[in-house]
Design a protein around this ligand. Structure first.
Ligand SMILES: [Zn+2]
Length: 455
């Protein structure tokens, strides 16, 4: 992990703040708003927030300073000084007529395998219409677009009928315990948002239908995460004299039965609504995950020695299954079903991660409609649909506190680009970021602005 001196941080901030030259009145100058968004985004991508170790202190300082410079009240909430876990909470005050809106983003990212990248992942490199960097889609793009929305609301003196909060958290890519988990437990009484805008949706291309048609998905619920460890004990010994109980063979046969099993299609209410709006869901890997409980074999281990010995039969074999369950699926029933498929008492199952109940946020709401209206204003041929997020997000903490959470990024992202999330050459189309800032701001403004003359 790179160590930055105080002066280093100050210099970066000085350069950033001098670059940041928005006109005072921003009413319709989207060109310059988008230019500034790109500049800030490149700076933000250049701050390494890899988790583990999960030190986000420099990123937090960057956001905090930007907010304070604009006269927006912002605080740093430390949850672990030793590892640099800190959260940024900023607030624009409304007249209190309505409950608050919270814009949420996480500052940390997953690690990179530099050997697979064509550019430096921590420089914010612009190339061929793209901006490259770890976090470009997950989710530093959201962070900067939300930051810009705060700044624009403040600069344009938009009167608000509800408080607008900006929250950048640490720790999302590990457990979330020292980020959103901590905030939802210890700080929620100061926020009490009715709505949370989080990650989980994009202006998708090629996710739900084969064609390039632009479909803005808004995540309203997520699948439940269930991780199971499977263990088999057998007879160890010399590879030259096979015993009847080889742990690897027993486990491999069990895994083969799991691989051949096709979980049934289940149409949840959210997917039913997607079908109603889109007419059809094509046969894509993404839709497959939307329609059924899925099982991935992610770890398989059974050997002795390092490097593994070819002539030693191990006494133990181990596997991990990453199962993602649809909302409403009882996990105990699912595990019982899995045990039936494995059909071998020598394979012992153990929970690594037990699922928490998946709550579905309502989507027949004014905010959902505003999202639809504002995306269609810029992309008239697009569709907007509620969707089920197939991975886990921090929204689960806030749904449990009663907030309605929407995962929403209003810029186009193709399936090819989406696959770079957590992978090599993570990148966003520059044009996507530029349109996203405009729509995001319009959504928040339109939803939160108080209109005295219409009362
Ligand atoms: Zn994320």
């Amino acid at each position: 992990m790179k160590k930055y001196s105080k002066w280093g941080v100050a210099l970066v901030l000085f350069i950033t703040l001098s670059l940041f030259s928005l006109p005072i009145s921003m009413a319709e100058d989207w060109q310059s708003v988008a230019d500034t968004t790109v500049q800030l985004f490149i700076k933000y991508l250049s701050i390494d927030t890899t988790n583990p170790p999960g030190n986000v202190s420099e990123a937090a300082e960057f956001l905090h300073q930007m907010l304070q410079k604009e006269g927006i009240s912002s605080e740093l909430i430390w949850t672990d000084k030793k590892t640099g876990r800190v959260n940024v909470l900023a607030r624009l005050e409304g007249n209190g007529d309505k409950p608050p809106l919270l814009m949420l983003n996480h500052m940390d990212t997953v690690p990179v395998d530099r050997s697979g990248w064509s550019v430096d992942p921590f420089k914010g490199i612009k190339n061929n219409g793209y901006i490259y960097g770890r976090g470009a889609l997950d989710m530093k793009n959201f962070g900067i677009v939300q930051l810009m929305s705060m700044i624009l609301l403040k600069r344009n003196n938009v009167p608000l009928e509800r408080d607008v909060f900006f929250l950048a958290v640490a720790d999302e890519e590990t457990s979330g315990a020292l980020g959103s988990g901590w905030i939802a437990k210890n700080k929620w009484q100061d926020i009490e948002a009715e709505y949370v805008l989080d990650e989980g949706g994009f202006g998708t291309q090629g996710f739900f239908v084969d064609k390039d048609k632009l479909i803005f998905s808004v995540g309203v619920a997520e699948k439940q995460v269930l991780w199971l460890k499977l263990q088999v004990e057998g007879t160890s010994g010399h590879g030259s004299m096979p015993p009847p109980e080889n742990a690897n063979f027993i486990l491999a046969q069990a895994m083969n039965r799991v691989a051949l099993h096709q979980t049934p299609i289940q149409i949840t209410p959210v997917v039913k609504e997607m079908k109603r709006r889109l007419g059809v869901l094509d046969d894509t890997p993404y839709n497959n995950a939307l329609l059924r409980n899925t099982i991935s074999l992610t770890v398989l281990k059974g050997y002795v020695g390092n490097p593994p010995k070819s002539n030693v039969i191990p006494g133990k074999a181990e596997a991990v299954l990453d199962c993602r369950l649809l909302p409403g699926q009882n996990s105990d029933d699912f595990v019982k079903q899995l045990e039936k498929i494995i059909d071998d008492p020598r394979v012992k199952l153990e929970y690594i991660e037990r699922p928490v109940e998946s709550i579905v946020s309502p989507y027949e709401t004014e905010l959902f409609q505003v999202i639809e209206t504002e995306t269609k204003a810029l992309f008239p041929n697009s569709e907007t649909v509620p969707t089920l997020v197939i991975y886990g997000t921090d929204s689960r903490f806030y749904r449990r506190r009663g907030a309605s959470c929407y995962g929403f990024f209003p810029g186009p992202v193709s399936m090819e680009e989406y696959r770079t999330i957590h992978g090599n050459d993570e990148r966003i189309r520059e044009s996507s970021l530029r349109s996203a800032v405009r729509i995001y701001y319009n959504v928040v403004k339109s939803f939160c602005e108080s209109m005295p003359n219409t009362r």
